[in-house]
Design a protein around this ligand. Structure first.
Ligand SMILES: *Cc1c(COP(=O)(O)O)cnc(C)c1O
Length: 413
């Protein structure tokens, strides 16, 4: 077999990942996604019920009965698969309806659907810009936007995370044809928000467009859950929003670019992941439409999420954990060392709490953390119990009340 000589190469690469403490084990869930789930870990061991603090099921809609019914209806009325890309024979009435409803929800002019937000981000830059144009990107934008930016010939200016002075400096020097500022709305690893008030003001001052990836915001950030542009009261100043249906909006799959009319029209002509990848399955389209209807009726779920999040953040801070500052349901507990983060996560799991350690390459080297995410599917008892576990394990590793420097001195070799 020709693979034989290469097997060792791949084995060694894997060994290196393990030796560096960077290997990721998947925990197998054998229940629907929710605030409490049943897990087998290691695989083959008995099922165990645990509190889930790491899903993107922010609004608890992933297994909501009305969403499931809507998915069934989509399946019954429009079939299972599309077997086509949109522009050949893959556009149904419900695809159009979802595009209209997403635009109405986000307050944009039009929307184009993609198989995922990863695809939306892979599409949006190359589809719109060329070598005469320039991008201005926060250093911590999501991996999918980094990849999307790589596919595009526009010049790249990277500013340090949320450094508005650096952004302004770069904008002020630019003589490029189209200028596009690129940011996450909520940064997924740190849980802070982009300063959209300042970003949109700079965009106006220097005649630039603004793109926000609101994957960790759509459905729950802002008074009525429209996203970070609502939170900062700049709904009419963000030109392009990319977002996912795979997080708060039911959590299945799918994403979109929601933007000015001409931008969407151009992407429908040019975006490669749109032209060369299959149309969204009807069950997902139908369920996502239901989610938007539910969210337009009441803000109850996002309000619950906000209340639970405030309590969780405050009690972790009171206990002495080193938290990333922010006011979103993403609450990262900083531990800095990758192995410590993994051990901490393993101990949490043994105590019945599911919260994953994040480390390089998902976050920068030496910035390992446990990322907790609050969900409206959780209740206060779940969080009280989780807090007890965190505090117990925090004491075991002696990280309560410790600074970054303390922890690095204690754990880095
Ligand atoms: C999750 C996420 C994506 C990818 O979304 P999918 O629809 O799962 O591909 C893109 N951008 C950001 C900021 C995300 O958090």
């Amino acid at each position: 077999m020709t693979f034989t000589p290469f097997r060792d190469f791949f084995k060694n690469t894997l060994k290196q990942i393990r030796d560096d403490g960077l290997y990721k084990d998947e925990r197998v869930i054998c229940s629907p996604q929710s605030g409490q789930i049943r897990v087998r870990f290691p695989e083959g061991s008995p099922e165990k019920a645990i509190i889930n603090l790491c899903s993107n099921n922010y609004l608890g809609l992933s297994s909501h009965p009305e969403v499931i019914t809507a998915a069934h209806e989509g399946l019954e009325r429009r079939g299972y698969g599309m077997s086509s890309v949109r522009f050949i024979c893959g556009t149904q009435d419900i695809h159009r309806e979802l595009e209209r409803q997403v635009s109405a929800f986000l307050g944009t002019e039009d929307t184009i659907l993609f198989a995922s937000c990863f695809d939306a981000n892979a599409a949006v830059f190359e589809g719109l810009l060329g070598s005469e144009d320039a991008l201005f990107c926060d250093k911590l934008i999501h991996a999918s936007m980094i990849d999307g930016v790589r596919l595009c010939k526009a010049k790249r200016n990277i500013y340090e995370h949320s450094r508005m002075d650096q952004l302004e400096d770069a904008l002020s020097r630019s003589t490029d044809r189209v200028k596009l500022i690129v940011t996450d709305g909520v940064f997924s690893m740190d849980g802070d928000m982009a300063r959209l008030d300042e970003i949109t003001a700079l965009a106006e001052k220097y005649q630039a467009m603004v793109l926000v990836d609101d994957s960790h915001a759509t459905g729950f950030i802002g008074k009525t859950g429209r996203g970070t542009h609502e939170h900062f009261n700049v709904m009419d100043k963000v030109d392009i929003i990319t977002t996912t249906f795979g997080k708060a909006l039911g959590g299945a799959t799918g994403g979109c670019v929601s933007a000015r009319r001409e931008i969407v029209e151009l992407l429908k002509q040019r975006a490669r992941p749109y032209l060369f990848s299959n149309a969204l399955m009807p069950a997902v389209v139908s369920a996502t439409l239901k989610v938007l209807t539910l969210l337009s009726k009441t803000t109850e779920r996002r309000d619950t999420l906000e209340t639970l999040t405030k309590g969780w953040r405050a009690s972790l801070a009171d206990a002495g954990f080193d938290l990333k500052q922010g006011n979103t349901p993403i609450v990262p507990i900083m531990l800095y060392d990758a192995r410590l983060a993994q051990n901490f996560s393993r101990d949490l799991y043994n105590e019945g709490v599911f919260a994953v350690g994040f480390f390089y390459p998902v976050v920068p080297m030496g910035e390992a953390r446990i990322r907790t995410q609050i969900s409206a599917a959780l209740n206060q008892q779940n969080l009280d119990r989780a807090l007890e576990c965190f505090v117990g394990i925090g004491k075991k590793y002696d990280v309560l009340g410790k600074t970054r420097e303390d922890m690095i001195a204690m754990y880095s070799r």
